[in-house]
Design a protein around this ligand. Structure first.
Ligand code: FE2
Length: 384
């Protein structure tokens, strides 16, 4: 982990040099203004690097109000830097284009006023992004039509939760809101597709007690995401079993609904391999699948879809991508993830990617929202 920290810190430092240079070098600031901007950026960047080095050590992750506030502050600093760097790059791109096609409207691009606006704009973006998170989980209804749906499964209501990231920055009230909203939906089945717990389980008993209140007549199913493995995955999985979730590690649950057969299968995140746990084992899973049942597979990573499709799965439910979570990643995500959010069709299989019910890191979402999905199965040949 030492190497990772060194690389990450060096990267942050390089970004600092680039941003400070671009913000001050060409602007018509007085020396005082210039010093102020650089001092502000230096403070912000050192807070982010410092907290990053400090908090990465597990022993510093216990809840203490000042540490939680410091971590939240550093993560907000990270969000500010993210927006600022994006704007600085965008300004440079516009200036580059302007050097070929002179645009009268952008001639003062590097004035001190423009630079001051550039420094203020991230605050506005963060406020908007924080508002999106404060709203809490937003319901998205997704009706899915299948020709081969067994009669008994017509109208089956599945609630899909993914990437909640229970940890220091997710308030308990968010989990409470989520549980209340799921109760209102009255689902037949609830599925959790990983990255639900992103910290040591001992520190989040309150949230787990809230999740324990969830009820669904045909069960609550869970598969781990990559983030569960960064902590104590064995303990997390046991904790989920203890609150009544069926943890599916290359396993299949057989459910009968009005004499129709449904199989809910689950694979763990490939990160399991790197943490001395089981990774996805599709041949093993296949041996438990049966031809006649309607088959739903839970996989944190949507990228496994093409392999999953070969198993004759009808519907894969995934998460992981967060839809990019905030600008500019909500646009750039398509370059990193083939299936970034929403519904996809692979042959006869449907893949649905939830863009994350919670959020990772700073309490900010922009260009995406906290999604709670309600999937209703329908029997007919209509395409969505
Ligand atoms: Fe996640």
């Amino acid at each position: 982990m030492g190497l990772f920290r060194t690389i990450a810190s060096t990267l942050i430092l390089i970004i600092f040099v680039y941003v400070s240079h671009q913000l001050t070098r060409f602007a018509d600031f007085t020396w005082r203004g210039q010093t102020l901007v650089i001092a502000f950026l230096a403070l912000l960047f050192s807070m982010v690097i410092g907290s990053f080095l400090f908090f990465w050590k597990e022993k510093h992750l216990d809840h203490r109000p000042w540490r939680d506030r410091l971590l939240n502050g550093a993560l907000l600093g990270m969000a500010y830097i993210n927006f600022l760097v994006s704007f600085v790059i965008l300004r440079d791109i516009v200036a580059f284009v302007e050097s070929f096609i002179p645009l009268t409207s952008v001639e003062n691009l590097y004035s001190s006023q423009a630079t001051a606006a550039l420094l203020g704009l991230p605050v506005l973006f963060m406020a908007l992004g924080n508002f999106v998170v404060q709203v809490g989980p937003r319901l998205k209804k997704v009706p899915l039509h299948f020709e081969n749906l067994p009669r008994g499964l017509e109208g089956l209501k599945i609630v899909h939760v993914s990437d909640l990231h229970i940890g220091t920055t997710l308030p308990v009230s968010f989990v409470k809101k989520l549980v209340d909203r799921i109760h209102e939906i009255k689902p037949d089945l609830v599925v959790f597709t990983g990255d639900i717990l992103d910290n040591f389980v001992e520190k989040h008993q309150t949230e787990l007690t809230l999740l324990k209140n969830l009820r669904a007549p045909h069960g609550i199913y869970y598969v781990p995401g990559n983030h569960e493995y960064y902590w104590d995955a064995a303990k997390s999985m046991q904790a989920f079993r203890d609150i009544g979730f069926q943890v599916l590690i290359n396993q299949v649950a057989n459910v009968t609904v009005d004499s129709s057969h449904l199989q809910v299968a689950g694979i763990p995140d490939p990160a399991g391999h790197h943490f001395q746990h089981e990774g996805p084992d599709l041949p093993r899973l296949q041996s438990s699948l049966d031809e006649k049942s309607f088959k739903i597979l839970l996989s944190h990573q949507p990228s496994l879809a093409s392999k999953v499709q070969k198993l004759g799965i009808d519907l894969q439910l995934s998460g992981h991508t967060h839809g990019g979570q905030f600008f500019p990643w909500n646009w750039l995500i398509v370059f990193f993830e083939r299936y970034s959010k929403g519904l996809y069709r692979l042959g006869n299989m449907r893949l649905y990617v939830n863009q994350g019910t919670g959020y990772w890191g700073p309490q900010v979402r922009l260009g995406t929202y906290c999604e709670l999905t309600e999937i209703v199965l329908r029997k007919d040949s209509k395409t969505e």
